[in-house]
Design a protein. Structure first.
Length: 717
């Protein structure tokens, strides 16, 4: 399918042939009829993408601080890799879409195939969106009007925050597309409107909608004009829909308001506010967040959990429906603002031309192609002429080279798994992603010949003998079992699974295959046991007959409460999803055979700050202190091992200190090395030489069981 994206690495705006998204639970697949260009937002993205690295840094000073902090803790190399990985992934453009429902995911209610809907989907022939981000068109509403719904909802949300009443007078500062929509909606609400802009044509358009419009010039005073029209009382409120870094708009807005007036920022402006301007009049100022309550809330947007109407009257979806009803009742006609339109096939030339034009207002992209919804594997060999896929049907466990199908192309897969697989000479034949974009660009960048949004086409491919799983945690168990049952080698990113039932199912599957003499190969990416400094410590204490003690301190930092990792049904929680790494590390360093488990944790907001104590049958003891209430200036991970007068301290996996009776020895790596490549290398070598996996399957099951038990004891599962 054709999709318009913006490169962040000076490649410009790109029209790509991506994969059609795969429908999942709670989602709706829509074939686009047309999409609307949000000129303000999208032009900022285009300009940011075209900027050099220095200008990008100037535009995002907070991100620069994060980069500097990461250099201090992780080192220069990993930081450069992380930044480059971010810049490698382009941004999908657009968020105003109207189209036809062509497939409905499990659990979706109120939508059927063939429905015409609006959504916040982008400039793409097919889009996949949550049910709460759609609304059906009422009878009689044209798609040309409906495509303005999402952008109109941004204007509507700003108006709702200003709480207008019939007959009140409002000023709209800035008459781009959102400003024009704001003018129309205020007038439909029975308000009198004064509109200001530098562009005479846009002022004329606002006047045609019923506003009193004025062109801003050097000798024109908008404050005096507003006071004159309001008979000296001042206006009831101001909606700022302009985009400027100047502070003049916020000052003018305050000066033209009456006492206790309302100022709502919908666009962007400088916010150097004069206290006196606001104090004397007791003015109210508020920033409007996009198109309504629910925006940026994963429970609402991703999981489909709606707010009760008695408590939240106007959610983003209800705002969509409200706009559509205004159009159906002939109270609102946004299609009058259409100034340009072109087909998606011409977007590579027409998009930048129209978005940069000061004469353009409403820019529509039409989609006249009739592409099927087949999620076939997309071959990228036209872009990657130097790389050819294997055509040989392969069997596992015979010492042949692994031919990999990668399930999941998120940041970790792009930054860690793919580069290290490539460094070890492993052939990756196909990469799968749900929405298609990340899989497509991962394949293109790394000369992987195929991408798809249908993972089953990878698992059922006879030319692929190894599956690497890097999806969200709740999918791991099902994918592991499906891959093993299809006679594939399996490398799964931690965790193996997120609950006892899933673990039992994997064990049953594995043991069944063993009983059939199929020799299944299963590996989990517990990379820290493969780190060079870890191996040095393990080698030294293995020579001792005395028990050891190990303390692991993890300065994990906080996650947003709605992060998917914190969801016990998706990520399994941080203990299962992250602490399992350190349970494995203790298991490896201290010799396995765990005897007893003890857990403790902080209450309330810091429940993810916890300690796990493990005792081993060989007399060793280990403690994991996983804390989320620390500071980024402190190293993220520290491992301390005590054995017979020796202390080994690994700091952030880039330096090792050995304290002993003969003094202090130091070993420092040029770059932080958490063992990712060694982990992949040992897995690859085991397959090449038909040897046992680097981590025995019983160890994998035992570590997974301990992590799940600890999570249950802490009340996190």
């Amino acid at each position: 399918m054709k999709q318009l994206v913006q490169s962040l690495k000076n490649e410009g705006t790109i029209l790509i042939e991506s994969d059609i998204p795969k429908v999942s639970s709670g989602k709706i697949l829509i074939k686009t009829i047309s999409s609307l260009v949000s000129t303000g937002t999208e032009k900022m993205l285009v300009d940011f993408g075209a900027a050099n690295y220095l200008d990008k840094a100037r535009q995002q000073p907070d991100k620069v601080k994060q980069v500097i902090q990461k250099i201090k803790t992780d080192g220069l190399g990993p930081t450069i890799e992380a930044v480059q990985n971010k810049l490698d992934m382009p941004i999908p453009l657009g968020y105003c879409n109207v189209g036809t429902v062509c497939e409905v995911g499990k659990g979706v209610k109120g939508y059927s195939t063939g429905d015409i809907v609006v959504s916040n989907g982008g400039h793409s022939e097919y889009i996949l969106v949550s049910e709460n981000l759609c609304a059906k068109l009422p009878n009689g509403v044209s798609t040309d009007d409906a495509v303005f719904t999402v952008l109109s909802s941004i204007a509507l949300q700003g108006i709702r925050l200003s709480k207008p009443t019939m007959g009140e007078m409002f000023v709209v500062m800035g008459l781009g597309l959102v400003g024009q929509l704001t003018v129309q909606l205020l007038i439909a609400n029975g308000c009198r409107v004064i509109a200001y802009d530098f562009n005479a044509d846009r002022v004329k358009c606002a006047i045609e909608s019923g506003a009193k419009g004025f062109v801003l010039t050097d000798d024109f005073d908008p404050v005096s004009e507003a006071n004159l029209i309001s008979n000296g009382f001042g206006v009831d409120g101001v909606l700022i829909t302009a985009n400027t870094s100047s502070n003049i708009l916020i000052k003018q807005s305050a000066n033209m308001c009456r006492k206790r007036g309302r100022i709502i920022l919908v666009g962007v402006t400088g916010l150097n506010i004069s206290r006196d301007d606001f104090y004397e009049k007791e003015l109210t100022f508020q920033v409007s967040s996009s198109y309504g309550p629910g925006r940026y809330e994963s429970n609402y947007e991703e999981k489909g959990l709606d707010y009760p109407i008695g408590f939240v009257r106007w959610t983003e979806q209800r705002n969509f429906a409200s706009i559509l009803q205004l159009i159906a009742n002939n109270k609102f006609s946004p299609s009058k603002f259409i100034t340009d339109r072109f087909d998606i096939a011409d977007a590579s030339t027409e998009y930048n031309k129209t978005i940069k034009s000061t004469d353009s207002l409403g820019i529509l992209i039409d989609y006249k192609t009739n592409q099927s919804t087949d999620n076939s594997i997309k071959n990228l060999n036209n872009d990657i002429n130097s790389f050819q896929p294997s055509n040989t049907t392969l069997e596992i466990s015979t010492g042949l080279s692994p031919i990999v199908g990668l399930l999941g192309s998120g940041e970790y897969a792009r930054r860690v798994l793919i580069p290290n697989l490539k460094k070890e000479g492993v052939e990756i034949k196909t990469v799968a992603s749900q929405h298609g974009l990340s899989g497509y660009f991962s394949a293109r960048k790394n000369k992987i010949p195929n991408s798809t949004t249908d993972y089953k086409k990878i698992i059922n491919d006879p030319n692929i003998n190894t599956i690497v799983i890097s999806t969200r945690h709740n999918t791991h168990s099902e994918l592991v079992i499906e891959a093993l049952n299809n006679n594939k080698n399996v490398f799964v990113e931690k965790p193996l699974c997120i609950n006892e039932e899933e673990l039992s199912n994997i064990q049953d599957c594995y043991n069944k295959l063993l009983s059939q003499n199929k020799n299944p190969k299963l590996m989990v990416g517990f990379n820290r046991r493969f780190a060079p400094h870890t191996i040095k410590v393990k080698k030294y204490i293995s020579q001792s007959t005395k028990p050891s003690t190990c303390v692991i301190t993890v300065n994990a930092g906080k996650l947003n409460s709605d992060h998917w990792l914190n969801d016990p049904h998706i990520g399994g929680g941080r203990l299962i999803g992250e602490v399992c790494h350190f349970i494995d590390l203790l298991y490896f360093i201290l010799g396995g055979d765990i005897d007893k488990l003890y857990t403790s944790q902080m209450e309330d907001s810091s429940r993810d700050s916890l300690s796990i104590s493990l005792t081993f049958k060989n007399g060793s003891m280990g403690v994991i202190n996983y804390f989320c209430n620390g500071n980024k200036a402190f190293p993220k991970e520290r491992v301390e091992v005590f054995n017979e007068g020796n202390i080994f301290q690994i700091n952030n996996f880039n330096n090792l200190k050995h304290f002993s009776q003969v003094g202090l020895k130091k070993s420092r790596s040029f770059m932080q090395d958490k063992g990712h490549r060694n982990c992949i290398r040992d897995f690859n070598n085991a397959l090449l030489n038909n040897k046992p996996m680097p981590i025995h399957h019983e160890e994998i099951f035992d570590i997974s069981r301990i992590a799940i038990r600890a999570s249950i004891e802490c009340g996190l599962s």
